[in-house]
Each structure stands twice: as C-alpha cells, then as structure tokens.
Design a protein around this ligand. Structure first.
Ligand code: SF4
Length: 280
C-alpha cells in the first residue's frame, strides 16, 4: 500500500485534490463539512451505466458534489433533469448557457425554474468583446454562413461551456439518442468526453427516453417547461427543440427529425461542441 494516497476533498464551496499520508484520511473523514470521494472514475462509470435517470442524477451529485453539474439550455430534458435532481433531496448544481440570442420565453422559464425549485442557476455568458468581433468580421447575420455560424456557436456556446467544464468532473447533459441518427450513432448514456486539453465524464441520463416519455414526465409531475412548445403556427408548425431564435424554428410534424435547427442546412445540425452533439 502506498504511503501517500490521493483524494478529492469537497469542502463547502470548493473541491481540492490532495495527496495525503495514509492515516490522515481518518481525521478528514470525521469532519462533517467535508466529503471524500473514494470511488475512482471507472468504478463510477460502471455503476452509473446501470442506473435509471433519477437514480443516475442523484448518484452523480452524491459522489461528486459540486464537481458535477447539469448543463442546460432549458429545453424539455433540462426541465426533467432539474426536477429529478430536486426530488433527490441531494444538493445539486445547474448552469444555463445563455447565448444572448434566446427567445423571451426561455428567459422567462429561467426565472420561473429558479423560483419553482428555489435554486440559483449559474448563467454562462459569451464575452462581449468576442461578440463585437463576430459582427465586425461576419456582419449582422453570421449564422447564415458556415464560417460565421461556426464562429458564432464557438463564441456563444463552446467557449463559455469549456471554461465551466474545466472546473467539473461530471457534466450532466440532456442529449437523447432519438433526437438524430448522428446522436444515436455517436453518443452514449455515460462516457468520458474528450474536450481538447482535458476530459470529463459526460452523463446523458435521458439518453434512452423518447419524446413521449419526456412529455409524460413533465405533465405527470407538473414540471415548468418552455411555453413555446405549446405554440402552433396557422400552418400547424411546432417547436421540437428551442435554442437561439435565429437558428430554431417551428416545423411540421412530418418534417425530418432536426429540421427546426439551422433550417437552411441539410446536414450540419450540431453546434460543434462535440462529435456526439452538444446536449445543451
Ligand atoms: S445556434 Fe445560431 S445564434 Fe446560436 S450560437 Fe449557434 S449560430 Fe449563433
């Protein structure tokens, strides 16, 4: 047995990684304000894969404390995950990637969810200087060119998200497999995500759930959700996913799965955060 052993020690608002002499762990373990994460990453992943969504979310927060967080753009899956976390009775964290391009209804939901669950959702924002440069380089509508769109997503989503994820061990995301063939083929319920420079355990608790299961959960549990999902145009178009207002539109029921996102694109439906889809 090595003389020194490594532990994550979660003490109130920060978590630090210690290498401590054997024996000292007994003293630390008796401090009620601190939590020692004894499980290694592989053990965590193996167990996580066997759990149902609510139990999986609770397990992540129970094991990693403040080094786990739900990342959401407040789509329906985000609402479900927050509700499950709140019912677990375990302390949990949520962050919202605010692109500054959201529909008013999304911002209204952001306020409503905080009030409903009595939580503070951390709001990640793009750097205003980057936004200025974006418009200078690509004009007023950067989303409509492939370079501009990629840079816009980079600035508004990817960079703020990466900055946040560097402080976490577990990213809990709302990605589902039936959202697209791409996601079905490239993602998993629990996996280590390579982020370029670091990696992180990425959990998609609702990965196997259908859109119908999500709707049923929202209804049965009185969960707040984005009211835009109830909108229908005079032509019968509805929102399937809600993100930045420039790039997400309502579509007809018979349209392809991700037709409402980047509607002018035939392929390229992901924001470039991951090969497996952003999940936020
Ligand atoms: S979804 Fe559209 S508006 Fe939002 S960050 Fe990406 S390109 Fe920009």
């Amino acid at each position: 047995m090595p003389f020194f052993q490594k532990f994550w020690i979660d003490c109130e608002h920060k978590t630090v990684y210690y290498s401590i002499p054997m024996g000292l762990q007994v003293i630390i373990a008796t401090c009620k304000k601190r939590k020692i994460i004894r499980m290694n990453r592989d053990e965590f992943i193996n167990k996580a894969k066997t759990l149902e969504p609510a139990a999986l979310i609770a397990f992540a927060f129970d094991t990693y404390g403040k080094r786990a967080a739900i990342g959401t753009s407040l789509q329906k899956t985000g609402s479900v995950m927050i509700d499950m976390a709140s019912r677990s009775g375990i302390e949990y964290s949520v962050f919202f990637v605010d692109t500054f391009c959201n529909y008013d209804e999304t911002i209204e939901l952001y306020r409503q969810v905080q009030e409903h669950y009595n939580i503070e959702i951390e709001r990640l924002e793009p750097d205003p200087k980057d936004i200025e440069d974006l418009y200078e380089n690509f004009g007023q509508y950067p989303f409509y060119s492939s370079f501009g769109r990629s840079r816009c997503c980079e600035i508004r989503k990817r960079l703020p998200l990466l900055k946040k994820l560097k402080d976490l061990d577990v990213w809990i995301s709302g990605l589902r497999s039936d959202q697209s063939d791409h996601r079905q083929a490239n993602s998993q319920k629990v996996a280590v995500a390579k982020m370029g420079g670091f990696d992180i355990i990425k959990i998609n608790p609702l990965f196997d759930w259908t859109a119908e299961q999500i709707d049923a959960y929202l209804k049965d549990n009185g969960v707040p959700y984005n009211k835009l999902y109830d909108f229908a145009s005079p032509y019968g178009e509805k929102f399937r996913e809600i993100g930045c207002k420039h790039c997400h539109i309502p579509v007809k029921d018979e349209a392809p799965k991700r037709a409402g996102k980047f509607p002018w694109e035939d392929s390229h439906k992901e924001c470039g955060l991951h090969k497996d889809g952003s999940g936020i």
